[in-house]
Design a protein around this ligand. Structure first.
Ligand code: MMA
Ligand code: CA
Length: 223
């Protein structure tokens, strides 16, 4: 019989082990066999989740039907299956994010993902291409986000426009969605355009300069 204190020691030891090497995408615990494609095994032969739906996704009903009407009062088996589908999707997404981060294609900060297409364009075109990709132009809201954008600026060694513009009142800069700035990183003596420089660029040290909007700057978006 183990004493209470030895359980506590084991719990602390387990925490210490997991704290210094938390994997980004922890292994999904094995679940009881659910019909579907077989799961993948890794090199150690560790069991992974069994496949849940075939390529057609046939368990979710006829193609084109909305999933929502099926949700109330789902039988337990379907509820479990949908839960497993979500767990697998999250795990797959997490691994894809790992690949993109490893290859220097994205920076993840909290819920945000920053990425660049490597192109230098004027401010309006940067806003447009970010929106066409389903995102918005990068808008740092704190030091951590500013550093993530900075690392892309340094990767391409190019200044980038930020999602910040001067309002009607000269010297008053806001996010492009109209919200007031809750964080700034102005370079010394900036902003100095007094209404003549309505956009903002990030320098290669992460500091900001108000700048005319018709120059060619690196496109960085957030998603
Ligand atoms: C340029 C231009 C300005 C910036 C100053 C800093 C001369 O103008 O980039 O936006 O404030 O340089 O010296
Ligand atoms: Ca300036």
């Amino acid at each position: 019989m183990l004493s209470y204190s030895s359980y506590m020691l084991m719990a602390v030891a387990a925490l210490l082990v997991t704290c210094h090497a938390l994997p980004k995408c922890p292994e999904v615990p094995g679940l009881p066999g659910v019909p579907g494609l077989p799961g993948r095994d890794d090199l150690k032969g560790q069991a992974r989740l069994p496949g849940l739906i075939g390529p057609s996704g046939s368990l979710l009903g006829p193609p084109g039907r909305d999933i929502l009407p099926y949700l109330p009062g789902l039988p337990d088996s379907l509820d479990t299956e949908l839960h497993n589908v979500l767990v697998n999707l999250k795990h797959r997404l997490c691994r894809l994010e790992g690949v993109l981060a490893l290859n220097g294609k994205i920076r993840e900060v909290g819920e945000k993902i920053f990425a660049s297409n490597g192109k230098k364009v004027d401010f309006g075109s940067a806003v447009k291409s970010c929106e066409e990709a389903g995102g918005t132009i990068a808008s740092p809201m704190n030091e951590e986000e500013n550093k993530a954008i900075l690392s892309i600026v340094q990767q391409y060694n190019q200044y980038a426009y930020l999602g910040i513009k001067e309002g009607e009142t000269s010297g008053q800069f806001k996010y492009i969605n109209g919200m007031p700035l809750n964080y700034t990183k102005w370079h010394q003596y900036e902003p100095n355009g007094k209404g003549t420089e309505k956009c903002v660029e990030m320098y290669t040290d992460g500091s900001w300069n108000d700048k005319k909007c018709n120059l060619y700057r690196l496109t960085i978006c957030e998603f």
